[in-house]
Design a protein around this ligand. Structure first.
Ligand SMILES: [Zn+2]
Length: 147
């Protein structure tokens, strides 16, 4: 018996930074927002066949706070607003207790999420007290070390 696999798949693509630098209402950092496009496709046997929806996520490049835009709206903003090319970031995780013996801590929550601004050289700690299983998703609000 043949099994036909079908469903949907989302392709995310980075569209860069666009527009004026604005102050983030969540972390107070001032940067041009980043745009990420999500294209939703219907697939059959894992072969993408029909695109049926697209959205854009416009967000603060440091903490990820942002809004979802409809496909047309997001596409227009990316096309019309000038691309900002003097912003570069390097996200990384710092494991503070990496050299401590294992078994000492019940849960090792000494991971920190950082974003380094490669233009200014500033190292920004975004979130503390994370475990290795933490899923760093979009918005950082709890246990944030942003000031
Ligand atoms: Zn922010």
């Amino acid at each position: 018996m043949a099994v036909i696999v079908w469903g949907t798949h989302v392709f995310n693509s980075n569209k860069g930074f666009h527009g004026d630098k604005v102050k983030c209402p969540n972390c107070d950092r001032v940067y041009a927002p980043s745009y990420v496009k999500s294209a939703y496709w219907f697939h059959l046997e894992f072969i993408p066949l029909i695109p049926y929806k697209s959205t854009y996520f416009k967000a603060c490049p440091i903490c990820g706070y942002g809004v979802e835009l409809k496909g047309k709206e997001g596409k227009a903003e990316v096309k019309e607003l000038p691309e900002v090319t003097d912003q570069q970031f390097e996200p990384y995780v710092n494991h503070i207790l990496a050299n401590k013996p294992k078994g000492l801590l019940k849960t090792d929550n000494s991971f920190e999420f950082h974003v380094k601004d490669l233009t200014s050289g500033e190292d920004i700690c975004v979130k503390q007290n994370m475990t290795k299983d933490n899923k760093y998703r979009v918005i950082v609000t709890n246990k944030s070390c942003l000031t």
